[in-house]
Design a protein around this ligand. Structure first.
Ligand SMILES: Cc1ncc(COP(=O)(O)O)c(C=O)c1O
Length: 329
């Protein structure tokens, strides 16, 4: 199998575009917008697009968390997002810890482009490649002994290539660890949609905020990389997202996004699709999947439009999801 992107929602996208032809400068109804799209050169991105994206990111996480549109920075794919966040947070020869096995693109985006050292945290197949705290601590200590300056931990959840999904407790312990050691936590969430067991770092942040305890997380150290390449199969449109809880990082990555601006026409088209209520209801509740309502998942977690054709009757997306993850390199 050679696809990492979800190709199950293109019929819905087409229907949505037919309902809103004005969003495309290639349609007679939208051609009048050509000039605006052609001259737009604003790294803030159209507000209506950021609003739609924030809503989508919440929906993907079962509406259990809300995202602030002002913290969304659009860049050229998750690839561009990693490069930019690498430039902002890590100096050449400093390091990020990365659980194995990891997506080999990180080597290209971070090591070759930015000069970041990737320090592996060995994860074991016997443990289903789940990150164990003792392995994280050991890798961190070993790096320190070798005089490697560790600036953060890069977590892919769900993981490519293993498909492993971290549970909430592990994620909480990881966030506590990075917080205590004053290092960044970068979560690559590009495969988050439609995974029944998925917990986002955004939920852990919300939980922490609500608890208001003395051990609160330093949110300046937490950042999310997202993209529509996988959830929606929009690889060719390169809609990459950096969402940071740090004002300084948002400010910095927004300015740096001008090196790979997200094109205005893609903003128009994707923004119109994601703002289309009918599309969103169909995507997340899946009335047209042909699956009886009682078998569909509730709470915005409809696996059927997310890799569903690869999934068994049990609706357990994980097993086959694993087998369909491949690397581009
Ligand atoms: C874990 C992970 N992060 C980032 C990317 C890059 O995604 P994009 O196509 O949005 O650049 C990929 C692509 O395969 C990936 O698997």
């Amino acid at each position: 199998m050679g696809a990492t992107g979800n190709h199950l929602c293109f019929d819905l996208v087409e229907e949505s575009q037919k309902r809103n032809p004005g969003a495309s400068i290639c349609a007679p109804e939208g051609v009048g917008g050509f000039k605006d799209a052609a001259i737009l050169q604003d790294y803030h991105v159209l507000p209506q697009f950021r609003n739609a994206m924030a809503k989508f990111m919440g929906k993907v996480r079962g509406d259990r968390v809300r995202f602030d549109p002002d913290r969304i920075v659009m860049v050229g794919g998750a690839a561009g997002a990693h490069e930019i966040i690498g430039f902002c947070l890590v100096d050449p020869d400093e390091a990020l810890l990365v659980p194995t096995s990891y997506y080999p693109g990180y080597y290209h985006y971070l090591s070759r482009r930015v000069g970041v050292k990737l320090v592996p945290i060995e994860c074991d197949s016997a443990n289903n490649f789940k990150l164990r705290m003792e392995d994280l601590e050991a890798a961190y200590e070993m790096a320190k002994q070798n005089n490697i300056q560790v600036k953060g931990l890069l977590l892919t959840n769900p993981s490519n290539p293993s498909g492993t999904i971290l549970d909430g407790d592990t994620l909480r312990s990881i966030a506590a660890f990075t917080n205590e050691n004053n290092i960044h936590l970068i979560c690559d969430d590009v495969y988050s949609a439609g995974k029944p067991d998925y917990v986002s770092i955004a939920e852990i942040v919300d939980e922490d905020r609500k608890s208001g305890g003395s051990n609160s997380l330093n949110l300046d150290l937490i950042h999310i990389v997202h993209s529509l390449s996988k959830d929606m199969g929009f690889t060719g449109l390169q809609a990459g997202i950096i969402y940071s809880y740090s004002d300084v990082v948002v400010n910095c990555v927004r300015k740096m996004s001008s090196f790979g601006l997200f094109p205005a026409q893609a903003q128009n088209v994707i923004g119109s699709v994601l703002s289309d209520e009918e599309f969103m209801v169909e995507l997340f509740l899946g009335a047209k999947t042909g699956i009886p309502a009682e078998k569909r998942r509730s709470g915005g977690r409809n696996v059927k439009r997310f890799f569903s054709l690869l999934v068994s009757d049990k609706n357990d997306g994980t097993v086959l999801f694993k087998s369909c993850l491949v690397s581009r390199y």
